[in-house]
Design a protein around this ligand. Sequence first.
Ligand code: 3PG
Ligand code: MG
Length: 394
Amino acid sequence: MQVKKLADLAVSGKRVFIRADLNVPQDEAGNIVEDTRIRASLPSIKYCLDNGAAVMVTSHLGRPTEGECRAEDTLAPIAVRLGELLGKPVRLIRDWVDGGVDVKPGEVVLLENCRCNKGEKKDSEELARKMAALCDIYVNDAFGTAHRAEATTHGIARFAPVACAGMLMGAEIDALTKATENPARPLVAIVGGAKVSTKLTILKTLAEKVDQLIVGGGIANTFLLASGKRIGESLAEPELVKEAQAIMDLMKARGAEVPLPVDVVVADEVSALARANRIPVDEVGPHDRILDVGAKTSAKLTDIIAHAGTIVWNGPVGVFEHNQFAGGTKMMASAIAHSEAFCIAGGGDTLAAIAKFHIAQDVGYISTGGGAFLEFLEGKTLPAIEALEARFRD
Ligand code: 3PG
Ligand code: MG
């Protein structure tokens, strides 16, 4: 993947427009709950500031209606946090597309939620040209939004005088490439989560590449159904049993495997007070719900992880939010932390598990992408990266 990189450019005295992904979770009052994406965006911003550029940063937040900017759409809380992290105040600029942007070398301003501008989501050429005219250098550092072809992630890259990847974008591309092109073997993928349907493409793609495909959560339940097990009232998608079977057959034909749970933790409801029972998978009753893997399964997964060369992790294996169903995910997290393998992790639930079990220091690379992370692993061309590659070839 060849793209121009910010670190290779002289930015002194230049007007730099950085598209970041500062789309962070907030509580009902608008307080930032988790600021990883803001912290991850600092290196590019600091590089530009330290080298005397006039810096404009923008991002989307949520999915607002274009042409409106409601109270919940504003980047104001993000401007405050960014200012705290940079140690200098960050001005928030509204109506920046037509109003122009007043910013001096050595200064950084935040441009209000780019998805409030009409034409952003449809990648309007008119909007992209106006934004490109604001800068000398366009930097895309929004890996989390790289799977969207929008005016700030795609169109602007065609019209800005220079278009390059920021430091976060560069690091994400490098880490994902390391995990997908000639990875150290065995290559183990962990795909957890509620539904096979939302992850079918990634499961199919991984089934052709990985040595072991660990499935978790509702996804594992559908695979258990496919292998003829009874799963009681567990979350599953019976209509996708054939797809699950096909994935297992494909893996088997390649000499690879989908290790299914041999024991599980069940309860009759998903709640903090639910009573958990540990049973062999063959003893799941008609009213049981499978909410975690059992100790024998955890030991097996731990062993697979301990011998892995590369690990790709997206999704937990149990309802780890509740401690009585957290054991499997916790064991897995600990195995990953102790493993010599290069591990790349991504997705909201995975990041929450990494935080809960305090293993961030021990994971090779934590991606800021959710959808973008999965689409990259699926081998799809991400429009934002493609736009930078096109400019590199010019
Ligand atoms: C994300 O949170 O996954 C990214 O910021 C992209 O947001 P979107 O799904 O609203 O495009
Ligand atoms: Mg989202």
